[in-house]
Design a protein around this ligand. Structure first.
Ligand code: NAD
Length: 281
């Protein structure tokens, strides 16, 4: 398909840039990963991080905690990694067990080792348009848009989903590019207004986690469609957008799998390398 925006070639190009940057750093680079409890999705994400780290020559340190771990114990684990000079970056895998508050955990990571860009200081820098690290999925979406040669200035850009890790940081990044940004969420659907917002979008980005939420015929002719959603349906991985019908109307569209997904881990490694080269980690 001619209008397909695939993540893998972009990820490969960025990994080559990272290899070149890593070759100039005369010390081992260590990413510490804290993973509490059992979760199939997180396990798959960890495996993918391990694989990418190996490809780049980055040491991946996995710290496994059991699902009944107390919140203070997770914070103690993070603080020990903050203090460990051999560790350059820290990622805490999501989802955490329900009794552990992610806001407190992300706030316990020192900004210079926060590879996900989610601690308050790094989110603050993003707000002011000067981030050192950008939340990985939002960064992946921006890379895909850039690779499509899309000028966002003044474009009607609709983000569906307002989570802390995707929709909210993405809205800030899009504003930096002077896009006209509308953020839709569960409240928009409850008000019966999702379709009317989606129909206006020159650039549509969907990150919800509901297969088929966005009907293909809602997509404006010539729109750019970025589908972040990952859903398992009848043994297959699908996005949030009805792909076949949307692809007939879109000028560019990401597949699921193979769109945003392959880039997210690469963005994590880019954040790590940025922290090391800027002397933060
Ligand atoms: P989340 O559950 O934190 O947030 C979901 C968002 O969807 C919320 O803003 C909620 O208001 C909105 N929503 C829920 N139902 C809705 C409806 N009917 N209409 C409109 N909005 C609705 O989710 P998340 O962590 O941001 O993840 C979203 C999706 O993106 C998931 O499928 C997840 O697996 C996927 N994801 C993919 C990557 C990747 O690398 N490709 C990374 C992160 C998340």
């Amino acid at each position: 398909m001619e209008n397909l925006l695939e993540g893998k070639p972009i990820a490969e190009r960025i990994k080559n840039e990272l290899r070149a940057a890593i070759a100039t750093i005369n010390k081992p680079i260590v990413l510490a990963s804290v993973h509490a409890g059992e979760n199939g999705g997180a396990d798959a994400y960890v495996r993918s991080q391990q694989k990418t780290a190996k490809e780049l020559g980055i040491t991946y340190q996995l710290h496994r905690l059991n699902g009944s771990v107390r919140e203070e114990e997770v914070i103690e684990c993070v603080q020990a990694l903050n203090a460990d000079n051999a560790v350059n970056g820290i990622i805490v895998q999501m989802p955490l067990p329900p009794h552990v508050d992610y806001t407190k955990i992300s706030a316990s990571i020192v900004p210079g080792k926060d590879v996900e860009g989610m601690c308050p200081e790094n989110i603050g820098k993003l707000l002011f348009g000067a981030p050192v690290v950008v939340p990985c999925t939002a960064a992946a979406v921006m890379e895909i848009i850039k690779s499509g040669g899309i000028d966002l200035c003044g474009k009607e850009t609709v983000v569906v989903g307002h989570s802390e890790i995707v929709g909210k940081p993405l809205a800030l990044l899009l504003l930096e590019e002077l896009a006209t940004v509308t953020v839709c969420h569960i409240g928009t659907s409850k008000a019966g207004k999702l379709e009317e917002h989606v129909e206006k979008a020159d650039v549509l980005i969907v990150a919800v986690g509901k297969a088929g939420l966005i009907h293909g015929e809602w997509v404006k002719e010539g729109a750019v469609v970025i589908d972040v959603g990952i859903n398992r349906e009848k043994g297959k991985i699908v996005g949030d957008v009805e792909f076949e019908t949307a692809a007939q109307r879109a000028s560019l569209i990401t597949p699921v799998p193979g769109g945003v997904g392959p880039l997210t881990v690469t963005m994590l490694m880019r954040n790590l390398v940025s922290l090391v080269t800027q002397g933060n980690a």
